[in-house]
Design a protein around this ligand. Structure first.
Ligand SMILES: Nc1ncnc2c1ncn2[C@@H]1O[C@H](COP(=O)(O)OP(=O)(O)O)[C@@H](O)[C@H]1O
Ligand SMILES: [Mg+2]
Length: 397
């Protein structure tokens, strides 16, 4: 039971020092499997990248009703929902400016195991900490992103399952399309979407094996290339109650490594393709495959996303890593991100044991979190440039 765990942890940190400055300790946050974590104020401040008193003042302003720990001083306990509600409040007060048109981002590499899903989940959370409305869409029939956000793509609705089991995945991205005969009737977006961390946290369109229907439908469709672009544009510019995407700042796809029709039409629909490059691997062939594919795309349909390569699994004490990094700079320097994600055990602990992104599981992490924050900021900068250029009239002033 989370409450029992919680009690112990709070008492551990219930020292004078902690009550003064909420110095981060390992016990400062805690959680139970599947259950959502609960944080003390210091962790919330870290997540939102503000001072403790800013959190305290905002909570007071909002009149936020928080759970109290049941130890001596009854410290306030924040759930992920509360954290995102605070971010949303700050955004609405103009403290977290982002007034750009919606952007579409895909995390893609032709290679598996390079950290795509990890990066997608963390970006979704980090951007939502900044008050951005993020819709994360799982495009992998494996449903890894879906799992990482706490749902179970393997659960089946049957006699043993309560119909309202919150972990059940019933719909996926394919459910939104009308591509008869395989996908004859679209499901309203509101029924497809999951809200793992409340209204103001990142939303999720989950995936399970039935997403394969979408690939089949696309292969049968007359017009394939623009299916995803059309759907998104419809939801963004001609919203209807069943498909209204106007509330989102960023639509973020986690793509499988395959060269499927679905990844193709998604790449085509995206403003930016973030491509993780694992530095522990011997090659970065994935990038050259991607490059070739995008050149073809631009030639054939006159459109392709900007690309940024993000080094992952970085270790500064490995000769091979340094070598790969050097070659990467030499060949792909123009698309390489400044930041990179170091290799860290925290990621593995976070995804498998917790089914929750590291940004929510270990807000005090000294390795993963600074890297993720820097990448999240850098990607927003790139998106800002892209969307501003898109808005600027062609041919200068
Ligand atoms: N920076 C990192 N350091 C250590 N392990 C990582 C890192 N990034 C991802 N991982 C782990 O590597 C595995 C593959 O990552 P994942 O994001 O699923 O890759 P992909 O989506 O490209 O297949 C997962 O177990 C994940 O926890
Ligand atoms: Mg993946």
């Amino acid at each position: 039971m989370i409450n029992d765990m919680g009690k112990g942890s709070i008492e551990n940190t219930d020292s004078a020092e902690n009550l003064q400055g909420w110095k981060q300790t390992e016990e400062d946050h805690y959680f139970a499997l599947i259950e959502q974590p609960k944080y003390m104020i210091g962790s919330v401040a870290k997540m939102l990248r503000v001072k403790d008193h800013v959190v305290r003042d905002t909570v007071a302003l909002m009149g936020l009703d928080l759970e109290r720990g049941d130890s001596g001083r009854k410290p306030r306990l924040f759930h992920p929902d509360n954290v995102f509600d605070i971010a949303d409040f700050r955004r609405r007060r103009g403290l977290l400016p982002w007034d750009l048109p919606p952007a579409t981002v895909v995390v893609y590499s032709a290679k598996g195991g390079v950290g795509k899903t990890t990066l997608a989940a963390e970006l979704a959370v980090q951007w939502a900490f900044k008050g951005l409305k993020v819709l994360a869409i799982d495009l992998d029939t494996q449903g890894n992103l879906t799992q990482m956000m706490g749902y179970d793509p393997e659960l089946e609705r049957d006699a043993d399952q309560p119909a309202d089991n919150p972990f059940l995945v019933e719909y996926n991205f394919g459910s939104l399309f009308t591509i008869p005969p395989i996908l004859p009737t679209p499901v309203p977006l509101a029924d497809v979407i999951k809200k793992p961390y409340g209204e103001n946290g990142p939303h999720l369109i989950p995936a399970d094996v039935t997403l394969a229907n979408l690939e089949d439908a696309l292969l049968n469709a007359q017009v394939r290339d623009f299916q995803v672009l059309r759907l998104l544009q419809r939801g963004l510019t001609k919203p209807t109650p069943p498909l209204d995407l106007t509330g989102y700042d960023i639509i973020l796809f986690d793509a499988p490594p395959s060269t499927s029709m679905l990844t193709n039409t998604t790449l085509l629909a995206s403003d930016l393709c973030i491509s993780p490059v694992a530095l522990d691997a011997l090659s970065f062939k994935g990038l050259s495959i991607l490059g070739g594919r995008l050149i073809n795309m631009r030639e054939q349909v006159g459109r392709s996303p900007s690309v940024v390569a993000v080094p992952t699994f970085y270790r500064d004490n490995r000769r091979r890593v340094a070598k790969v990094m050097e070659r990467l700079k030499e060949h792909y320097g123009n698309i390489l991100s400044t930041g990179m994600i170091r290799e860290s055990e925290e990621f593995k602990r976070s995804s498998i044991e917790r089914e929750i992104p590291i940004s929510l599981a270990y807000p005090g992490s000294k390795v993963a979190i600074p890297d993720l924050q820097a990448i999240a900021d850098e990607m927003l900068g790139i998106l800002k440039n892209i969307t501003e250029n898109r808005m600027a009239p062609k041919g200068g002033e």
